[in-house]
Ligand binder design. Sequence first.
Ligand SMILES: [Zn+2]
Length: 164
Amino acid sequence: MNAFDDLYSANAKFAESFGGSDLTGRAARGLAVVTCMDSRIDPLGLLGLQPGDAKILRNAGARVTDDVLRTLVLAVYVLGVNRVLIMPHTDCGMAKVTDAEVHALTRDHGVDTRSLEFHTVPDQSEALKHDLTRIRTTPFLPRDMPVSGGIYDVHTGRLTPSPH
Ligand SMILES: [Zn+2]
């Protein structure tokens, strides 16, 4: 029994009824979504999207990191993205710890993570404002590109637009 047997066997069933796809790697709805890795979030479902519609970028806390910026540059200039939604969520683990606390937790496991920046979120509204500004002011993306932020409530399923 392999740790991944369940997945490969589920995929075998999936592929049987897949029936091919004419989709390309371009985002059909011109959208990129930056959201958290939280397992309660179904980005396509909650936004009424289908596979092929959008680029979905996920990391801990839905933060706009250097790697997210790198990916957005590719998404915009190569893969048809012309609008970006940043979507953090309620009850996010990243808002419940500090970087120092994570370093302490990993130290208990004998691991030194001090060279990593976790981008934990002491104030979710401020973090979202910061991340929106980062996309809006980067020299690498179009200045007139629509960028929006919304907080997804994992308990009600509702997405509330940010005033920023
Ligand atoms: Zn989260």
